[in-house]
Design a protein around this ligand. Structure first.
Ligand SMILES: Cc1ncc(COP(=O)(O)O)c(C=O)c1O
Length: 380
């Protein structure tokens, strides 16, 4: 039986008055996630302190993320942001030998790039893999860049600026053939499409909960493949220890699992929301969500193209995710005009970004097209 999309849509009250196409910026608040936030307040008022219960929430987030990524809870660290996870990972990597190069695709979100550039002080040589004319990065560009000095390559799954999707499996195979590790930034894909870290073969993956996962800001996740758990971060803390209750000030004894990439007190409040968001995604099913988003974005792209819009996102389903980026002569202004009409989009890099979730429907595409046609002069 297919999902009841009207019932799913009804869980998001904001859609009663907005055409919301900004889920890659921040996902909408669902009723069960709102209830989870209230539950936190009730628990605080009732119990005051509840470390046992809060620990269980963090573990539920870890287990939920593991299931969604097709991996084990042992391989997931619950972090406070994607940046937090990348920093912990970077702190574990030794750049002192001849294999000291970090490659970054030019489609990366700034934070990851900045963190790797910061590792230059620790001996990392950071280089970039450039995009082609069409804004994507073909495999040949990676093939030309990955060599015997490459330690790690960071690739984004779906680019936050133009919606281009990289061929993660093929890039990972190439990197592994040449002895390099792969970190996948899945922030713009997880929750909207299947991210099977086992099938993709990546060594590490990172993301947060506030976008397509329907949770909140202030909580993230880092996947570390079991074969990489021998890495020891120098960013550490009591929640990274093998025994959190050991309270040992004479040693650092990291957990044998991915919790060694955590640091201090976990994001307690945010765990409530993240747990509820992940549960909702899993209940509907990531396969059904991905198919729904593919159909909606495909319809939107066909109608936009027919209406004369130029798109920065490729139409090929294999080369894109939940985002449709529209070229504009003045993207900030066009975005402002659309928002004024209740069509919530955002702008980056000369594009108006429309980022769909499964709670969108054809009426949101209608509203987007009406708004764009009313401001045709701002299209590129
Ligand atoms: C692809 C991608 N990576 C990383 C980030 C930043 O993550 P955080 O703020 O959790 O460090 C974002 C935020 O928008 C993003 O879209």
């Amino acid at each position: 039986m297919g999902a009841d999309w009207a019932a799913f849509r009804a869980l998001f009250p904001t859609l009663e008055h907005k055409a919301y196409l900004a889920s890659g910026s921040y996902g909408l608040l669902a009723k069960p996630v709102e209830a989870a936030f209230r539950q936190y307040l009730d628990d605080r008022l009732e119990r005051g302190v509840d470390w046992g219960g809060w620990g269980a929430r963090t573990e539920a987030v870890r287990a939920g993320m593991a299931a969604l990524l097709n991996t084990d809870a042992d391989e997931i660290a619950v972090t406070t942001s994607a940046s937090d996870g990348i920093n912990s990972l970077a702190s574990a990597i030794d750049f002192s030998g001849p294999r000291n190069k970090v490659l970054l695709s030019n489609l990366e979100f700034p934070t990851g790039a900045q963190i790797w550039h910061a590792q230059a002080a620790r001996g990392a040589v950071v280089e970039h893999v450039a995009e082609a004319q069409d804004g994507g990065i073909p495999l040949e560009h990676f093939a030309a860049a990955i060599d015997e000095t490459t330690k790690l390559i960071q690739i984004t799954h779906v680019c936050y600026r133009n919606g281009q999707r990289l061929d993660v499996g093929a890039i990972t195979r190439l990197a592994h053939e040449r002895g390099a590790m792969v970190l996948l930034d899945a922030f713009q894909s997880v929750g909207a499409m299947e991210v099977d870290v086992a099938a993709l073969g990546v060594d590490f993956a990172v993301g947060g909960m506030l976008k397509y996962l329907l949770g909140t800001a202030g909580i993230g996740w880092l996947y570390v493949a079991r074969r990489r758990l021998g890495l020891t971060p120098t960013a550490s803390g009591w929640f990274a220890q093998a025994d959190i209750d050991a309270m040992d000030i004479f040693a650092n004894d990291p957990a044998p699992n991915a919790r060694r990439f955590q640091t201090g007190t976990p994001p307690v409040v945010n765990s409530y929301a993240a747990e509820a968001g992940i549960a909702l995604i899993r209940e509907v099913g990531i396969g059904a969500i991905e198919a729904r988003i593919r159909a909606l974005t495909g319809e939107a792209m066909d109608r936009l193209t027919a209406a004369g819009c130029r798109l920065a996102t490729p139409r090929d389903d294999a080369r894109r995710g939940p985002q449709v980026a529209i070229r504009s002569a003045d993207a900030p202004r066009l975005t402002g005009q659309l928002i004024e009409r209740g069509v919530i989009v955002s702008s980056r890099d000369g594009n108006v970004r429309c980022m769909f979730h499964a709670y969108n429907d054809g009426s949101d595409i209608d509203a987007l097209l009406d708004g764009l046609m009313a401001h045709r002069e701002l299209l590129a």
